[in-house]
Design a protein around this ligand. Structure first.
Ligand code: FAD
Ligand code: SIN
Length: 525
C-alpha cells in the first residue's frame, strides 16, 4: 500500500499525529485525496476527546444567534481573542457538527425530536449539544469506527512521535528568528519493538492534544504531556500563549485517582450550586453569575475558599436536580459517585480545581498552518486566537473539528507542490544505556508536577515563578544528561517534553506580567 524502501522508512502523502477528534476528523477528510498514516501513542481511543463530558457548543437554536456565541466567547476570553477567528469558528461550527453527525455521532434529542441543548458557565443561551454526560466518548466511538474501516488510512497504535524531521536532521543549522524551517515527516518509536521508524510525508498534521500531566492534579489522561508543542518548539516553530492554563473548577476530590474524574459544568448548568463547609453558597461574593461564572473565576473562588477555610475541597450541591435528570443526563457521574458511596440526591459532591485545558500552543494561522512549512495543526495543541485569555466551556471540541476541516482543505491543496525528501537519514541516537535508571525519570517527572502545581498554578506571584524556573533548570540539566546517555524511551521523551512545556509556561507567565483571564499573578493585579 505504501512505498517502503526499507523496513524503517515509510512514505505517505498525509501524516497525522494523534487520534482524538482533531486527528481522526482530519484523517477522514484528507483520505479522499491520498494515503494517510496516523500515529497514536497508545490505543486509538485513549485521548482527551474520549473523556469530554459536557458537550460541544454551536448555534443551532432559533432563540440563539452567532452574535451571542461570539460575544460570550469574547467575554470569557477577556477580549484577548482574535475577533475574526471567533467569528469564523462560530459561523463554521454548525456545518462542522453536521460532519460529526454524518460520521455517526449521536447527540441527545428531546421527545419532539429537537436537539436537547444544555447550558454551561459563561454561555448566555442553551447551546451545548451533548450525548448524556459522555459526549467525547460518543464522538470518539463514531470517528474511530469510520477510521478503522477506511482503506486509505493506516493506523499505527503504540507509535510515539519523538521529533518532527527538519533541515536540522540534514545537518543544516536553523535559527529560531530566521524562519524557513520545513517539515519532512517524523521519527517515531514503535513501542512494541523499540525500533525508531522514519516516516516521510508531504504534509504533516499535529493533533497531539494538551499538557495536563505537567501538573499534579489533572482531568487529562496520561497521554497529555505536550509532546507536539515541545517537538515544534525544538524545531524552532512559534509557540504562544502558554501562560493560559485552564483549571476546571470541579474535579471530583478523590486524592488517589489519576486522572481526576470530572464533574461536568453542565451539572451547574442544571442547577447544582457550589457551597463551602459551613453549607454557605459563596460564589455570589465573587461574581454576579454565581456558580455559572466563567471557570477561571470559579476556580479561583474555590481556591480562595479552600485556603481561607483550610479545607482540601469544596462541595457541589446537586440535590435539587431531579432523579430523572440525574439518570437521563448524568448517568456516568451518578454511577461514579454511587460507587464511592456518595448519594447525589442527599449528599454533596467533594470537588477541587484540576489542570484541564491549555489555551496556548502551536501558533497557527487561519488556514491551520504552523510557522513551519508543510506542518499543519489543530485541536488542543494549537493556539488559534479563538479563546483569548480563557476558553469558554465546550468551545474546544468545536475549535478542533472546525480547524481540522480547514487544515484538511489546505493540506490537500498544498501537497500538489511538494515532493518527498528522499535524503532523510535514519534516526541516529548515540545513547547506549538500558533505561534501568527509570526512577530518575519518574522522580523528576513527579518533582516537575509539584513545582508547576505549587508555583505556576491557579494563583501565581513573581517569587513563585522565579523559584519554579530555578528548580526547573536543575531538572532540565539532569534530564538532558540522562537523555544523551540512555536508549530512547517514551518515558524520557515525555519528561523532556514536559520540561519544555513547563519552561514555556513559566517564561510566558513572566512575560505576560499583568493578570488577565487564566493568568493570575498577585503581584500584577
Ligand atoms: P486529544 O483528544 O487529546 O488527542 C491527542 C492524541 O495525540 C492522542 O491520540 C494521543 O495518543 C496522541 N499523541 C500525543 N502525543 C503523541 C506522540 N508523541 N506520538 C503519537 N501520538 C501522540 N472540551 C469541550 O469542548 N467540551 C467538553 O465537554 C469537554 N470536556 C472535557 C472533559 C475532560 C475530562 C477533558 C480532559 C477535556 C474536556 N474537554 C472538553 C477538552 C477537549 O476534550 C479536548 O480539548 C479535545 O478533546 C482535544 O482533542 P484533540 O484531538 O486536540 O486531542
Ligand atoms: C465540562 O463538561 O465541564 C467540561 C467542558 C469543557 O471543558 O469544555
Amino acid at each position: 500500500m505504501f512505498l517502503d524502501s526499507n523496513k524503517m522508512k515509510k512514505y505517505t502523502q498525509f501524516l497525522v499525529l494523534g487520534s482524538g477528534i482533531a486527528g481522526l476528523s482530519y484523517a477522514l477528510k484528507v483520505a479522499k485525496y491520498g494515503k494517510v498514516i496516523l500515529l497514536t501513542k497508545t490505543r486509538l481511543e485513549e485521548t482527551n476527546t474520549s473523556y469530554a463530558q459536557g458537550g460541544i457548543a454551536a448555534v443551532t437554536d432559533k432563540f440563539d444567534s452567532y452574535e451571542k456565541h461570539i460575544n460570550d466567547t469574547l467575554i470569557a476570553g477577556a477580549n484577548l481573542n482574535d475577533e475574526s477567528i471567533v467569528k469564523m469558528v462560530v459561523q463554521k461550527a454548525p456545518s462542522s457538527i453536521k460532519s460529526l453527525m454524518d460520521w455517526g455521532t449521536h447527540f441527545d434529542k428531546k421527545s419532539d425530536g429537537k436537539l436537547d441543548l444544555a447550558r454551561e458557565g459563561g454561555h448566555s443561551e442553551y447551546r451545548i449539544l451533548h450525548h448524556k454526560d459522555n459526549t467525547g466518548f460518543e464522538i470518539q466511538r463514531a470517528l474511530t469506527e469510520q477510521v478503522k474501516n477506511h482503506n486509505n488510512i493506516q493506523v499505527l497504535e503504540y507509535h510515539f512521535a519523538i521529533d518532527i524531521i527538519t533541515q536540522h536532521h540534514l545537518g543544516q543549522k536553523i535559527r529560531r528568528k530566521t524562519g524557513g524551517v520545513e517539515c519532512y515527516g517524523v521519527y517515531a518509536l514503535d513501542l512494541k519493538t523499540d525500533e525508531v521508524r522514519t516516516i516521510i510525508s508531504k504534509s504533516t498534521f499535529i493533533a497531539t492534544g494538551g499538557v495536563g500531566n505537567v501538573f499534579q492534579t489533572t482531568t487529562n489522561p496520561t497521554i497529555a504531556t505536550g509532546d507536539g508543542i515541545a517537538m515544534v518548539y525544538r524545531a524552532k516553530g512559534l509557540i504562544e500563549n502558554m501562560e493560559f492554563v485552564q483549571f476546571h473548577p470541579t474535579a471530583l476530590y478523590n486524592p488517589l485517582e489519576r486522572p481526576s474524574f470530572l464533574i461536568t459544568e453542565a451539572l451547574r448548568g442544571s442547577g447544582a450550586i457550589l457551597k463551602n463547609h459551613k453549607n454557605e453558597t459563596f460564589m455570589d461574593k465573587y461574581d454576579k453569575r454565581g456558580s455559572l461564572a466563567p471557570r477561571d473565576i470559579v476556580a479561583r473562588a474555590i481556591d480562595s475558599e479552600m485556603k481561607s477555610e483550610g479545607e482540601n475541597f469544596m462541595l457541589l450541591d446537586g440535590t435539587r436536580i431531579t432523579a430523572l435528570e440525574w439518570e437521563q443526563h448524568f448517568p456516568n457521574i451518578l454511577k461514579k459517585c454511587s460507587d464511592l458511596g456518595i448519594d447525589v440526591r442527599k449528599d454533596y459532591i467533594p470537588v477541587i480545581p484540576a489542570a484541564h485545558y491549555l489555551v496556548g500552543g502551536i501558533k497557527v494561522n487561519k488556514t491551520a498552518r504552523s510557522t513551519i512549512e508543510n506542518l499543519f495543526a489543530a485541536g488542543e495543541v494549537t493556539s488559534t486566537g479563538l479563546h483569548g485569555a480563557n476558553r469558554l466551556a465546550s468551545n474546544s471540541l468545536v475549535e478542533a473539528i472546525v480547524y481540522s476541516e480547514i487544515a484538511a482543505e489546505n493540506s490537500v491543496e498544498s501537497i500538489k507542490n511538494v515532493n518527498y525528501n528522499v535524503d532523510i537519514p535514519e534516526w541516529n541516537h548515540k545513547g547506549t544505556n538500558e533505561p534501568e535508571e527509570m526512577i530518575l525519570i519518574t522522580q523528576n517527572h513527579k518533582e516537575l508536577m509539584q513545582i508547576m502545581s505549587n508555583y505556576v498554578g491557579i494563583v501565581r506571584s513573581d517569587l513563585r515563578l522565579n523559584r519554579a524556573l530555578r528548580r526547573l533548570e536543575i531538572i532540565y540539566e539532569e534530564t538532558e544528561n540522562l537523555y544523551r546517555r540512555s536508549i530512547v524511551s517514551k518515558e524520557i521523551c515525555e519528561l523532556r517534553n514536559a520540561i519544555n512545556i513547563a519552561y514555556l509556561t513559566i517564561k510566558m507567565a513572566k512575560q505576560r506580567g499583568k493578570s488577565i483571564g487564566l493568568h493570575y499573578n498577585i503581584d500584577h493585579l
